[in-house]
Design a protein around this ligand. Structure first.
Ligand code: UD1
Ligand code: CA
Length: 453
């Protein structure tokens, strides 16, 4: 069975009040449509066509992947018309699964249930019973509870409006039958649109027993029409992710104050305090503890690393047993070997720091290679930029950099050398030597302060 997926994404999304097309609004840092495309791929689709709206050229640009077919719906004439535009792209498919670009959390198991229902019928619908069905197409069943048709809210008589089983819009249709049914759609209804939902009545008229499946959770079929709904889905998704992590052995001090916008791979006994944000691809080793208000993006953190409160770690690699923060910032390409300590108000960028070295207070280390067991004193600055080009600083094993030192790159401090506090180092420092460039202190005993005239 060859499965094709049509994703309807031509809606304008007026209620988002945005210049960004609705389906590009992010949920956990991924566009809504990206979630739907993932679901389509996971369902085993052979081909995926996305119907996007007039002027929505931005949408295809966001998804350069080769397995997507883009279909422009120049005029928004209804869901039936939208699917019709995608029919050429579905040539050769046996089944067509219709998904909505603004219904992002449709789950794998739910789609599997729909695919299952579709094995018994050329038409299977995903339906759900809602306490408040207002706005949705109602599923009308006969006395034997067989599906008879779908009636849209705006076309419904009071007794139909009272029905609480609704059409989620997600359906699975036999490809050949779909083409025939779509060709016969008319738009003589309250909205003057070609309703995809009218194929249900047609199928029943041809003696088809229409099947239905239900989602595992009602959130899976919730659409995003405004930013309030977007936020509701974000909280639901984050709760799911938090629960999955806790079940896999992660301690979350407060699952409602944790966000995962990407993928997190964890070792055993990881603890995350409140307001931790993980983004991109992050790996945390065994026994890692992350303090409150820390952000970790696209980074690999080794075993037993302690990240204290308020740290920002971006595209970095941290070795086993390091201690970071509080208030540290690791910028892209910070690479720390095992046992490194980075303290408060320290910024590290594009630098390698070898085993056991310490940079504990108020320093900027950029474009720098630091050896083993180096001590970098408070207020050390690598002057890596001359306004036009960047240069590297090298500090070899066991060197000691006194506080308030400026290292004017390119420059090298040899192994075991000591730089006295307050120095501006512009020349290489030989190994096992002392370099000191501060002005000599003078003292005048009995000096009189100036008096105000
Ligand atoms: C549709 C269903 C309704 C269902 C509801 C679920 C029809 C006629 N009605 O109603 O039974 O309960 O969804 O949310 O199908 N779209 C296009 N091109 C179009 C029209 C729509 O791409 O010309 C896309 C929209 O972007 C959206 C989806 O199709 O993703 C549904 O469109 P929408 O206008 O929200 O349909 P409803 O009237 O809510
Ligand atoms: Ca809708």
């Amino acid at each position: 069975m060859k499965l094709g997926v049509v994703i309807l994404a031509a809606g304008q999304g007026t209620r988002m009040m945005s210049s960004l097309p609705k389906v590009l609004h992010p949920l956990a840092e991924k566009p809504l449509l990206g979630h739907v495309i993932d679901a389509a791929r996971e369902s085993g689709a052979e081909r995926i066509a996305v119907v996007y709206g007039h002027g929505g050229g931005q949408v295809p640009e966001c998804f350069p992947e080769a397995d997507l077919v883009w279909v422009e719906q120049a005029q928004r004439l209804g869901t039936g018309h939208a699917v019709e535009q995608a029919l050429p792209a579905m040539a050769g498919m046996d089944r067509v699964l219709v998904l909505y670009g603004d219904v992002p959390l449709i789950g794998k198991e739910t789609l599997a249930a729909l695919l299952q229902a579709g094995q018994q019928s050329p038409l299977a619908l995903l339906t759900v019973i809602l306490n408040d069905p207002t706005g949705y197409g109602r599923i009308v069943r006969d006395e034997k509870l067989n599906i008879r048709c779908i009636v849209e809210q705006k076309d419904a008589a009071p007794e139909v409006l009272a029905l609480r089983e609704i059409n989620t819009g997600i359906m699975l249709v036999d490809a050949a039958r779909l083409e025939g049914w779509i060709g016969r759609l008319e738009n003589n209804n309250a909205q003057g649109e070609f309703y995809l939902t009218d194929i249900v009545g047609m199928a029943v008229g041809e003696g088809v027993k229409v099947r239905s499946a239900q989602p595992k959770d009602a959130f899976e079929v919730m659409g995003v029409n405004d930013r309030v709904q977007l936020a509701e889905l974000e909280r639901y998704l984050q709760r799911l992710r938090a629960e999955a992590l806790m079940r896999s052995g992660v301690t979350l001090r407060d699952p409602d104050r944790f966000d995962l916008r990407g993928t997190l791979t964890v070792g055993r006994d990881v603890e995350l305090d409140v307001n931790v944000l993980i983004a991109g691809d992050v790996v945390l080793g065994d026994n890692v503890k992350v303090g409150a208000n820390s952000v970790i993006r696209n980074s690999r953190i080794g075993d037993s690393v302690l990240i204290f409160e308020n740290c920002v770690i971006d595209n970095s690699v941290i070795g086993d047993g390091c201690q970071i923060g509080p208030f540290a910032r690791l910028r892209p390409n910070a690479e720390l070997a095992a046992g490194v300590r980075i303290g408060n108000f320290v910024e590290i960028k594009k630098s390698q720091v070898d085993e056991g070295s310490k940079i504990n207070h108020l320093s900027y280390i950029g474009d720098c290679t630091i050896g083993k067991a180096v001590n970098v004193g408070a207020g050390t600055i690598t002057c890596n930029y001359d306004g036009a080009n960047k240069f590297r600083t090298v500090i070899e094993d066991n060197a000691f950099i006194g506080s308030d030192t400026q290292l004017v790159a390119p420059v090298k401090v040899g192994a075991g050398a000591t730089v006295g506090a307050g120095s501006t180092i512009t020349k290489d420092v030989p190994p096992e030597s002392l370099a000191l460039s501060r002005a000599r202190q003078i003292g005048r005993v009995g000096w009189k302060k100036p008096q105000k005239r």
